[in-house]
Design a protein around this ligand. Sequence first.
Ligand code: 5AD
Length: 352
Amino acid sequence: MSSTQDLINKLSAQHNLPDAELLRLLTSAKPETNLLLAAAADKVRRQYYGNKVYIRGLIEFTNYCKNNCFYCGIRAGNSCACRYRLTKEDILACCREGYALGFRTFVLQGGEDPYFTDARICEIIAAIRTLYPDCAITLSIGEKKRASYQAYFDAGANRYLLRHETANAEHYAKLHPASMSLANRKRCLYDLKAIGYQVGSGFMVGSPYQTPENLLADLRFLQALHPDMIGIGPYITHAQTPFAHEASGTAEQTLRLLAMLRLMFPYALLPSTTALATITPQGRKLGLKAGGNVVMPNLSPAGVRKLYSLYENKACTGTEAAQNLALLQAEVQQAGYEIAVDRGDVIKKTKL
Ligand code: 5AD
């Protein structure tokens, strides 16, 4: 049987492996596997993106949500959640502050909040587009009709983040209520691509009932979708959800998948996520060293950051706060990279 290093070399060179070999990497219990994967991932990331780390200003503009995902702290059924919405003026103030700090991408993220009709979303996008023509506008507002996605795009949005969460339909059904389906999630992702968005997808690592075969299916789905961005983070338990007693995912498994994603998708934008930084003290840095090349500090008004609580103890101070860019810059430099002040578009994708 080939060694772990042989498998990693093959994955680095071919950006792909047969199912059995990917599963071997996913389930390897050898302590050195993550170190070897991270070293290979860092090499590939430097080949494609040099030492650049792209920053996105994250604006969490509503925590109202009509959905009831079993894992999520802002699910409709969580009556303990303290709900808020930002106004258009609040959002524009975040952009103004972010622009001055050096952000050239704004990510508008929110629950699926019926208050924000297509007309209201388009009005916000158009205002940002007019004021900041040199910036990318990213939306992360869930499942919509194709016509809605088209309207947002026409208003000036460029990118869309929608994690598929899990590519296995039975697993999907264990994480979501019957009103939601993997089929519709996929329909959304393909609609977004067809319209011309730069598309981000992804999944949670260590979500309840997840198997190594599910993770393999996630990797295969991403190969088929060929997204520009792939966001992954550990599942983190939230007490006010039906999964209150389920275990969280681990940093180790998240870092392993991050490195594998870098080797399989060398061109991709891969965030070192807040969830990873939340679950382990050096998470942000370790994520960068395992192939991550994006960080998304929080630009939301300080007063609402804790309320956008998808999971417990969300990190939102220190380097998670957009205002502390100097701190983040130091951390990124310490890890061996540099923050880029530009839009940070995906590089020309090669069909692998
Ligand atoms: N733990 C980790 N990630 C979560 N998300 C939602 N709830 C949780 C949780 N409890 C992730 C989902 C969603 C993204 C915005 O946050 O993957 O797509």
